[in-house]
Design a protein around this ligand. Structure first.
Ligand SMILES: *Cc1c(COP(=O)(O)O)cnc(C)c1O
Length: 468
């Protein structure tokens, strides 16, 4: 038997060659987006045709495999960074972050335990501190990075539950609006909060919330959490944070803000104004893989008093019999991030955010977010002066909802289908007050005013033919 175990190794020159090929393919993708359709649909049968093969027992040429993936597989998607994509929350990643992910995966060191990944842990700590400062959160705020908004919200809700209800969450009740993202309700479910422990209110104004809290207390229940939205996914709506902050203090409730989409707007002056009260939250969830232009996955939960995270998630609460993990214990001044969140081993996912914030400077991010807000204002203005369109909601945190004036819900749906079939634009619909609206999310920094004008023209043209 040879001494060197090279089964999964490649010669250094071949690694460089393949690496260059992969980078070239990514750069071609990023710089060629505009020339691509916004979406290439694919049926399961299409992809089975490409991918259904026996287990690959023997090696294949990796260069050809990279080509196969980038030619046949990855393109069969909605291109969320395409300037014509206004559906969902568009995600226009940036190349420095892509390189951050490459380094994170290449060096493969995990920030979860300080003795294991001190360097990447330090990057997470400093990047979380920057993020807190950029959102205007108070000094001392700390947090952890997560795979996304779902886990960021889950982490916050678990911390709030432990902090306010202790070991037994029986009878605990939380309050949120019926516009809350399903991910948050799923997180509640995963945490073992039953459906009747979640009060879904039509609006989160302080007075009705106070009444609901008092009624629940009178019934022997234990209100513990106000869950506010800073940018609902449907309309970008913001719950009244200052009055909810006041209510939460008066009632001894935890205030968590789901800012997965919207919190990043606080980097700008307009956004900071719209999100007044955010700084008073006990915790905030924000998704850098949305409006901070990071590749998936990266979410973040920021907590005013990070000790609460530590008490909720420290490994010492969860040790079974074995003690083999003692070598990963941090020294007094060190932080084990796995003691502050759900996961143990994690990717060094803050590296990409650190690298892009440093490499472009925060001013570039601020300008890019501001552009998204400008774009939404432009759309709202165009709709307001149009004789054929009605403004339904917004602009709010980069989201505008509108309707074709002389059309039913069916007309709006037909417009959406028609516009999306064109291949250069992709929009969504959502229901607002029982009526179907076209929803445009304008946060892609690479989309221009002309791109939006083109979308509006397409909507009007489709509306004229759908309405007759
Ligand atoms: C996207 C989003 C979520 C879910 O976050 P993921 O990153 O998809 O896990 C939760 N809440 C809001 C408001 C969102 O926009």
């Amino acid at each position: 038997m040879p001494d060197e175990a090279g089964w999964l190794d490649l010669p250094p020159e071949r690694m460089r060659e393949l690496g260059h090929q992969a980078v070239d393919l990514v750069v071609d993708h990023l710089t060629g987006l505009r020339a691509q359709p916004v979406r290439t649909p694919a049926t399961p049968a299409d992809l089975r045709h490409v991918l259904s093969e026996p287990v690959p027992e023997h090696p294949a040429d990796p260069g050809l495999l990279l080509e196969l993936l980038t030619r046949e597989v990855l393109p069969r998607s909605l291109r969320l960074g395409h300037p014509g994509c206004l559906a969902f929350i568009p995600s226009a990643n940036n190349f420095l972050s892509v390189l951050g992910d490459l380094l994170a995966s290449g060096f493969n060191t995990s920030p979860g335990a300080w003795p294991v990944g001190a360097g990447p842990a330090a990057v997470e700590l400093v990047t979380a501190r920057w993020l807190a400062e950029l959102l205007g959160l108070p000094e001392g705020t700390g947090g952890v990075f997560t795979p996304g908004g779902t886990l960021a919200n889950l982490t916050a809700i678990a911390a709030a539950r432990d902090d306010r209800l202790g070991a037994d969450s029986a009878g605990g009740v939380l309050y949120c609006s019926d516009q809350t993202h399903p991910a948050v309700l799923k997180a509640c479910h995963v945490l073992g909060l039953r459906r009747e422990q979640v009060r879904l209110l039509p609006a989160m104004n302080a007075e009705p919330v106070r009444q609901a809290v008092h009624a629940d207390r009178a019934a022997g229940l234990r209100p513990f959490l106000l869950l506010a939205n800073a940018g609902t996914t449907a309309t970008g709506a913001i719950d009244p944070l200052p009055e909810l902050a006041e209510l939460s203090r008066a009632e001894g409730l935890w205030l968590h803000v789901d800012g997965a989409h919207g919190a990043a707007a606080a980097l700008t002056e307009r956004g900071r104004t719209a999100l007044r009260g955010l700084a008073e939250a006990d915790s905030v969830a924000v998704d850098p893989h949305k409006w901070l232009f990071q590749p998936y996955e990266i979410g973040c939960v920021l907590v005013r008093n990070p000790d609460v995270l530590h008490r909720a998630f420290t490994i010492d609460r969860f040790r079974a019999g074995t003690d083999y993990l003692t070598v990963s214990r941090p020294a007094a001044t060190e932080t084990n991030l796995s003691d502050h969140g759900v996961q143990f081993t994690t990717a060094a996912r803050a590296l990409k955010l650190w690298l892009s914030l440093k490499g472009f400077g925060v001013s570039a991010f601020r300008a890019a977010i501001d552009h998204g807000l400008d774009q939404a204002e432009h759309v709202a203005h165009r709709v307001a002066v149009s004789h054929e369109l009605d403004l339904v909601t917004g602009p709010s945190l980069g989201i505008v909802c509108l309707r074709y004036r002389d059309g039913s819900d069916e007309t709006q749906a037909a417009i959406c289908r028609h516009v999306n079939e064109s291949g250069d634009t992709f929009v969504a619909t959502t229901t607002v007050d029982g009526q179907l609206a076209l929803r445009l999310c304008t946060i892609n920094p690479r989309a221009t005013r002309a791109d939006l004008d083109r979308v509006l023209t397409a909507i009007v043209t489709a509306g004229r033919s759908a309405a007759v």
